[in-house]
Ligand binder design. Structure first.
Ligand code: GLN
Length: 285
């Protein structure tokens, strides 16, 4: 093997390794891992290809490359993910924020324009990406965020602090609504929604590394939508909004669930890939 002395050589090594093991985004992912090790921006290698790298950094980068080849997502390796242009800390206790979920946040922000001081509840907050983004992008609202997992709540709290939103988001350990008593103007949730029968078809990265508790739901993936839509009615003010992210083929089923529970002004919103991704509705309007 050629000796590795510069950033560009290390980048080439990592890229080839990831490519050979079938990692689709090998280019981007090798830059993410490399810039993490060298404490640089993701594009630096194009700017400073000749930057010398130490033997220690080469070892570190190689170790991360091996872990990535074994299937660990690079966001867990760097402990960092981006959502709505904010930076979030992530580890294996929480799902890695997905770009699809930004549509849910965007829709929530649209509705909040008419009621900026709203009280918002995020159920199953995980990394806190939804709750923290809403708090940051709509500075007059207050947000409560729940999760059943203590470990996830610790991550979410850390993310509120990291983004300076800790005074605006309250974190509550709760199995859905069990630990809550207040009423809200808006409830948002990206609950677990993978059908148990589809779990084995998920990528290794997701299946073996992301928390199964945050992924899979009974009743063909619809169990949490049913429970939340039913119970949400007692926790929403009149005219309050309920917004869900749904799986790629679930929006129509979730629409019907909300309809049966009496929600009106039902709407389905597509994500950036044209997939029906968000279902929203209102209480008693
Ligand atoms: N609310 C978090 C997210 O959107 C976690 C979702 C989940 O764990 N199901 O990333």
């Amino acid at each position: 093997m050629e000796e590795i002395k510069t950033a560009a050589q290390l980048y080439r090594y990592m890229k080839n390794q990831l490519k050979a093991s079938g990692i689709e985004d090998f280019d981007l992912e090798s830059r993410i891992l490399l810039s993490y090790v060298l404490k640089e921006e993701p594009f630096f290698v194009y700017m400073k290809p000749e930057k010398p790298v130490s033997e220690e950094d080469v070892q570190k980068a190689m170790a991360l490359t091996e872990k990535r080849k074994e299937g660990v997502p690079s966001r867990y390796l760097t402990r960092k993910a981006y959502f709505m242009d904010f930076e979030f800390y992530v580890d294996e206790n929480v799902l890695i924020p997905r770009q699809d979920t930004e549509v849910l946040v965007q829709k929530a922000l649209d509705f909040l324009k008419d009621n900026p001081k709203a009280k918002v509840l995020d159920i199953g907050t995980g990394s806190g990406c939804i709750a923290v983004s809403i708090a940051l992008l709509n500075p007059a609202c207050t947000v409560d965020a729940t999760d059943i997992s203590k470990e996830a709540l610790a991550v979410a709290r850390k993310n509120a602090v990291l983004n300076g939103a800790e005074k605006r988001v309250r974190f509550i350990e709760s199995d859905l609504f069990s630990g809550l008593s207040d009423k809200y103007d808006m409830i948002v949730s990206n609950p677990p929604y993978i059908k148990p029968s589809e779990f084995l078809t998920l990528q290794k990265e997701v299946r073996c590394h992301e928390p199964v508790l945050a992924l899979v739901a009974d009743e063909e993936g619809l169990a949490f939508y049913r429970r939340i839509a039913k119970e949400a009615k007692s926790f929403l003010n009149d005219g309050g909004f309920l917004l869900f992210e749904t799986g790629y083929d679930q929006a129509r089923s979730v629409y019907r669930i909300m309809e049966e529970e009496g929600f009106t002004f039902l709407e389905i919103t597509k994500d950036y890939n044209g997939i029906e991704r968000v279902v929203s509705g209102r209480m008693n309007e």
